[in-house]
Every structure is written in structure tokens, then in C-alpha cells.
Design a protein around this ligand. Sequence first.
Ligand code: FES
Length: 116
Amino acid sequence: MNENWLHIGPLEDIPRQGARVVKTAVGEIAIFRTVDDEIFALRDKCPHKGGPLSQGIVHGKKVACPLHDWKINLDSGLAVAPDVGCAARYPVRVVDGMVSLSLAPGSAGVPAGESA
Ligand code: FES
């Protein structure tokens, strides 16, 4: 067992073009679902002023922050130019319709016992 995957629940519990928030040891993480049922996980904090990205609307592979409408790329966590910033991103996967999340890479203070 190389990675710690947190069991989140059924993909169906996440609204299309929306998100579900998971409270973790490293803070709140938003798990987004696109219209095509792709999923992405980002820290639920906009790189601008900390707005709750989970409350934004997903368009394609971007989410619009509900506070000042910055667009954040779901696959990289980077703000779309001309805005600059990055929300931490986490690996997420769907197996048999069930979502799981890894806190390992790119996060602080998680003793996974493995190098990234
Ligand atoms: S806090 Fe997200 S755009 Fe300002």
C-alpha cells in the first residue's frame, strides 16, 4: 500500500458543475465534478482572497470563484491570466463509482510514509 486514499463516497453525491467539500487534516478540500463526470480536487480557498471555490460554478475544466469571479483551472489549480495564483491540488480518483482522495503530494504535514 503506497498511498493513503480517503474514501469520500459516491460520485453521484457530487453535483455536476458543482462541488462537495471534505474536511481533512490539511483543511477543507473541494471535490469538483464537471459535466463530463471528470473530478478534480483543490483546496477550498481561492488564491485571490480565500473565497470558497466549492461554491463556484464549474465551466469546462475551470471554476469561477463566487466572490470576484476569478477563474481557476481545475487540473492545475492555477488562476487564469491575467490573474495570478494557485490553489493546492490533490489527487482524486473514481473506482466503481466511488470517489477517493489522496492528501499525499503537495500537502503539508501528512506523514504518508512514502516519498512523493
Ligand atoms: S476571493 Fe476568489 S476571486 Fe476574489
